[in-house]
Design a protein around this ligand. Structure first.
Ligand SMILES: Nc1nc2c(ncn2[C@@H]2O[C@H](COP(=O)(O)OP(=O)(O)OP(=O)(O)O)[C@@H](O)[C@H]2O)c(=O)[nH]1
Ligand SMILES: [Mg+2]
Length: 325
């Protein structure tokens, strides 16, 4: 096969896979997500193929510190949703930090019971050297799940305020999971959470300090600038299934509020802005990387070192090179 025929076969394959995905074929959906993860060129193809589809799914972001109980909560939410005959897809993001490595297996186990049901689709995803960063592939994966007809998409991710994963903060509903004792966090972290959280969950309420954490949160919410939505606070003991029904209900309440205001549209725009910036930033980074290996770059470094050029001048050149076709 010459190169053109091979490229054509490849495109036909992507189109066929997309058609199956749109038809609700789970295996096709799983394969598309894998391709998005592993192959930047495929990501570009599927992006174009999937773009006209979807726009119906409701996304819920679940974020919080490592070990806060996010996966256990999601497992509980899946059971609750199933009891109401709702179909839910879960995307568990792994930022591939040494801290969180190994979490995926735990997640699988924790969600296994529900994941055996065909009204549930659970998928873990990590950044890969060959594909894009998570900020690039997450929006595409969400779009794939949406196009495949999943009405609820729950995205679990570690940490809050990490730029790479701020896409989760643009979910239609964002749930921030805390634990008792959270009062020790620094003020800037607290302020950041106030900006993103629609719902706070105080999980591990079987431990001391839950009431104090709730008091802290209520005070912080009271001090925040008035908004149309006041974040809800839900107490849970996820590993005992306590508070899960209340959390699912709170998500529903926030969803109705979002849908009855223009805020849902604003959130969707924010999501698109973040997705766009993630993609553009990745492209600029890759091109800067490439330029760094060139003789022109070495010469520029020389001029910088000898003081013949200022950092600002050099940075402007670097940017110009990165933006060049
Ligand atoms: N005591 C107590 N333990 C809990 C509670 N909820 C979850 N756990 C336990 O906390 C540990 C971490 O739970 P996970 O659900 O994996 O937490 P996570 O936030 O998904 O963790 P990462 O994905 O690794 O960041 C597990 O051992 C859970 O069984 C709770 O309400 N109380
Ligand atoms: Mg987890």
């Amino acid at each position: 096969m010459n190169e053109t025929t091979s490229a054509r076969a490849h495109a036909a394959d992507a189109a066929a896979l997309t058609a199956r995905l749109l038809n609700g074929d789970r295996a096709a959906l799983a394969r598309v997500v894998t391709r998005l993860e592993r192959d930047a060129q495929a990501a570009r193809e599927f992006d174009a193929l999937l773009a006209p589809h979807g726009g119906r799914a409701y996304t819920v972001g679940i974020t919080g510190a490592p070990g806060a109980g996010k996966s256990t909560l999601v497992g509980g939410l899946l059971s609750t949703a199933l009891a109401q005959n709702q179909r839910v897809a879960v995307l568990a993001l792994d930022p591939v930090s040494p801290l969180t490595h190994g979490a995926i297996l735990g997640d699988r186990l924790r969600m296994e019971a529900a994941a055996a049901d065909d009204r549930v689709f659970v998928r873990s995803m990590s950044a890969d050297a060959h594909g894009g960063g998570l900020s690039v592939i997450t929006p595409l994966a969400i779009r794939a799940l949406d196009a495949a007809g999943w009405p609820w998409i729950v995205v679990e991710t570690v940490g809050v305020g990490q730029t790479e994963l701020d896409i989760v903060e643009a979910a239609a509903t964002t749930v921030v999971v805390l634990n008792p004792g959270w009062g020790d966090e620094v003020q800037s972290v607290k302020a950041g959470l106030m900006e993103v959280a629609d719902i706070f969950v105080i999980n591990k309420c079987d431990r001391d300090g839950a009431a104090q954490t709730r008091g802290d949160l209520e005070r912080l919410i009271g001090q925040s600038k008035p908004a149309r939505w006041t974040p809800l606070i839900i107490d849970t003991i996820a590993n005992q299934g306590r508070g899960i029904a209340e959390l699912w209900q709170a998500i529903g309440t926030h969803r109705r509020f979002q849908e009855s205001s223009n805020l849902l549209l604003e959130r969707r725009k924010r999501f698109l802005v973040l997705a766009l910036r993630g993609l553009a930033q990745q492209a600029v980074n890759q091109r800067m990387e490439r330029f760094s290996a060139s003789p022109e770059f070495a010469a520029m470094l020389g001029r910088l070192a000898s003081g013949d050029e200022s950092l600002h001048e050099a940075a402007a050149q670097l940017l110009a090179q990165a933006l060049k076709d």
